[in-house]
Design a protein around this ligand. Sequence first.
Ligand code: PLP
Length: 486
Amino acid sequence: MNREVYGKLIFELSRPGSRGTRPVSDGAAFPKAELPADLTRSAAPALPELSEPEVVRHYTRMSTNNFGVDTGFYPLGSCTMKYNPKINDALSALPAMARLHPLAPDSDCQGALRAYWELQRSLSEIGGMAEFTLNPYAGAHGELTGLMIIRAWHDERCDKKRTKVIVPNSAHGTNPASAAVCGLEVVEVASLPDGTVDVEALRPLLDDTVAAMMMTNPNTLGIFESRIPEIAKMVHDCGALMYYDGANLNPMLGVARPGDMGFDVMHINLHKTFSTPHGGGGPGSGPVGVRAGMEHLLPAPRVVKQEDTDTFSVMREDPGSCGSVSPTLGNVGVELRALAYILTMGRDGLAMAGPLATLNANYVKESLRDVYKLPVDRVCKHEFVFDGLADKSTGVTTLDVAKRLLDYGYHAPTIYFPLLFHESLMIEPTETESRETLDEFIDVMRRIAAEALSDPDTLKAAPVNTPVGRPDDTKAALEPIVRFTK
Ligand SMILES: *Cc1c(COP(=O)(O)O)cnc(C)c1O
């Protein structure tokens, strides 16, 4: 790869006098526009000057700089970057759905409303919940919606003292953030060394000021929280509700349902588990489910099916709900991909996804544990965390390993999260990768571990094969250069 060309802006490639197309300078075809003098330029704009092939090559090169799950293995822990079958994209792009106006009359879009309703029913079945709303646009938005529902539930009981939300210290950062945005106070509960919630530390925190406990299961170390029934009972006994962060539902598919474990409210990240490509920050969808008896608190608008008929309508306002979180029924493109994914996988296909994701994660973990440090030595679910290299004497860090992986054509795993270890390296292979792909990745990870001993300087300088080397993260954040100056 020619870094000289790859790393350059189109302005830097510009050569004065180069031209692509030349406008016809026929005064008759382009009459001089009459514009007020104060609106016209005094000098020509500083546009880049290049020939047409140079422009085409520049933008085509840029398009190939993007790394996606369609170009390579993407083991980004906690993000579930699985392969997304193309038929789901095709179905979600059907003009009858993609071009539908969000306020179209119900009678004109019965098919679309049925699709929404079927997705609500499917997610309810998968999560073990009574009903779902599709409105939230992301996982964090779903958490906020779920906490609004929980607050409305306590308000209905005139129970105004409940202002605290208990969040494990291993939780995803969005959990405490959502609680704070909802106006609730965050109380942290400690984890045991394996990342599971410390039940003895939880006990004294539970009283009549607690609104809810938020949990992720499997937790951020990929370990299954086996004491959930006991925790749910303790939380319910004190009058609070259980919230399930189902952003990473992948390992649970076909194996277990949050509703059966005693959770009252949950969200699912459709853009992780249910087949929407989501690199680069979007698009997302974070549907929220509730157990029976809480359906009336779901936000409007929502789709309802008329009793005993096949007619669907949109309830646009509902004063008795938790409030509104979106003016539309949510992110349609992502929702339709999810429905297509669920229908094409079918019950049996979905039931294989979780176990296969678990098998793949354990295969990679067991194949690397002699050269990377495994802080929690248990069977994991969909993902696991190494605490850097086993041999720390070389000074090679998790950051160096992650950067070196880019040289070998892989997306880096999640690094320095969870915060429970200094050198966290969080790997999630997903169920869509073949044995051959996993073996190649294992080979490369072992080669990097060997390089750490034989050639640590190369690792410290990595990546050396990418268009951009190793930028100074801190400087880039503190002094971003967002404007080109010569
Ligand atoms: C990704 C994730 C979230 C947040 O989801 P967004 O769609 O990025 O807002 C919350 N919790 C967990 C465990 C996650 O992995």
